[in-house]
Ligand binder design. Sequence first.
Ligand code: ADP
Ligand code: ADP
Length: 228
Amino acid sequence: SPLLRLEGVGKRFPNSTTALEGLDMEVRQGEFLSLLGPSGCGKSTALRLIAGLTEPTAGRIDWNGAEAARDADGRRSIGFVFQEPTLMPWASVFANVHLPLKLAGVSRGKAEPAIAEALELVGLEGFRDAYPRELSGGMKMRVSIARALVTKPRLLLMDEPFAALDEITRFKLNNDLLQVWRQLGCTIIFVTHSVFESVFLSSRILVFRARPGRVSAELSIDPNQPRD
Ligand code: ADP
Ligand code: ADP
């Protein structure tokens, strides 16, 4: 059964903008799913609803595979990567990646190896003592991904993470993200308006139509991906 199912989900903001209407979609465990569509079609809103950062004004969101989305302590285990790396500028790379573990009350002894592992995953093992101002845009994004992965989330949500990067850096990060996904076996939902990026990365693409947003087409890339 799917990890997560959205049924007839709508989101209308207080200013009367209807970002989503009748959104039906499901997320399968272990897949790399892209949400593709033009700017303003509600992709970010869909991601924020899934993350629980905002509530739908219609429809429902069911965590069918609820157990699969929880960590060992029973917490819902979701990582979020935003378009801006949103790092603490006054803190080292190590301290930035440490933050989610600190907030979760993880002891220093357990945090150290988890941080080292996350930094290695994104190729930043040599940069733990560097500060964000010393890093390129691509490296800051790597720190941001390491911070999202350090708690070992079962579901990773990424909102146009590479949109602000130059093409070469973006291509490198796309390749590395695929490696990370294969290595971790987590589920990824990736929001993009780039057809190339969605085809390169995903096992399945949901194409959103413009306002009010909903899924207008579905494309499966890899026939070997998990199905129900
Ligand atoms: P996308 O991620 O596809 O670019 P968004 O989900 O960001 O689209 O936005 C969908 C629509 O909802 C847009 O018209 C946007 O302006 C509007 N919107 C997003 N957030 C809010 C908000 N907090 N209040 C009012 N309108 C919003
Ligand atoms: P706390 O603030 O919990 O008392 P410390 O005083 O030990 O933690 O460390 C201050 C900050 O420096 C912490 O947020 C931590 O993430 C960071 N830090 C600790 N060890 C290292 C390290 N080896 N390299 C880089 N930064 C570190």
